[in-house]
Write a protein that binds this ligand. Structure first.
Ligand SMILES: Nc1ncnc2c1ncn2[C@@H]1O[C@H](COP(=O)(O)OP(=O)(O)OP(=O)(O)O)[C@@H](O)[C@H]1O
Ligand SMILES: [Mg+2]
Length: 277
């Protein structure tokens, strides 16, 4: 290992985002995280959907403290990290109903992530569940992560909104590496067809190629797991959607392995590239 490694483990930061809302970001972030945890990795799931936080609801948890408390000088990272499962699957809750946090400025974000950096470093993966759309916070955090994953559904509105997010991140933040997971597919080939449509538009108009992480079937076990406030991967690990999620988790793990040397030289969350107009 190099003496100069600043992220020695290294921790891969994954931002889960989407154009349109309600496409499955939170469920997929939770269950991809659970799949990686179950295969022996340490993972921190951070709810960064400020204002509409709901990982805690999916888990049936009522955390006492959250992200907002970290702005208090006497609150440490360890005060806001809660175990979801023993030995390595932890959760950092976001704040709900705090409009002043919605448009966090760069200084606030830097203070927040500065306080969390050492904690981040102790995990193999940091997963960030972001809000839908193109708010400043979503764009900044997505551009700071090593691996932005766009959740897309086969609906035309999801495709056009996803293209809009990619376009802004590419043209204003200089991002070129995007990963796509197609959720709520009804047939095995629908994922690749949807991906090809989005990838084709990005190739033609932006000159970039997207990375396909696979498709996740529409599956009645997903809403059932939500109702039971239990991760799908725990409640129904053999259902179709769970198998698809496991396949995508393997690809994320491979990405971390393939980029290990580079990641060691980068902070878990990189500095934001200033938006260019
Ligand atoms: N593969 C799937 N099969 C069936 N239902 C699904 C699937 N994925 C997500 N859902 C359902 O879609 C709804 C929205 O999911 P989720 O809350 O994860 O989306 P989101 O993108 O995080 O939404 P928001 O933009 O509001 O944060 C949930 O009720 C969930 O049960
Ligand atoms: Mg969500």
């Amino acid at each position: 290992m190099s003496n100069t490694a600043i992220n020695p483990k290294p921790t891969l930061s994954v931002a889960v985002l989407s154009g349109k809302g309600g496409v499955g970001k939170t469920n997929l972030a939770l269950n991809l995280g659970y799949a990686l945890y179950k295969t022996g990795h340490k993972l921190l799931l951070m709810d960064f959907d400020i204002g509409l936080a709901n990982i805690d609801v999916l888990m049936g948890l009522s955390p006492e403290k959250n992200l907002q408390d970290l702005f208090q000088p006497d609150t440490e990272a360890s005060d806001v990290v809660y175990p979801i499962e023993e030995n390595g699957f932890d959760f950092l809750p976001s704040a709900s109903g705090v409009p002043e946090l919605l448009e966090m400025d760069d200084d606030m974000r830097e203070a927040l992530f500065g306080k969390l950096n050492l904690t981040f470093n102790s995990y193999d993966y940091l997963f960030l569940d972001l809000g839908a759309g193109i708010s400043q916070t979503v764009l900044s955090v997505a551009s700071m992560s090593h691996m932005p994953i766009l959740i897309v559904t086969p609906e035309p509105t999801s495709l056009t909104d996803s293209y809009a997010v990619i376009k802004v991140l590419n043209t204003q933040y200089g991002l070129t590496d995007f990963n796509v997971l197609v959720n709520q597919i009804d047939a095995a080939n629908e994922g690749k067809l949807t991906f090809d449509r989005l990838n084709g538009a990005c190739g033609r108009f932006l000159g970039i190629e997207l990375n396909y992480l696979g498709g996740v079937h529409s599956d009645p076990s997903v809403p059932e797991a939500v109702r039971r406030q239990t991760p799908l991967m725990k409640f129904a690990p053999r259902c179709k959607a769970a198998q698809d999620i496991l396949n995508a988790a393997v690809k994320i793990h491979r990405y971390r392995q393939n980029n290990e040397d580079r990641l060691k030289q980068e902070h878990v969350l990189r500095k934001i590239a200033a938006p260019q107009s």
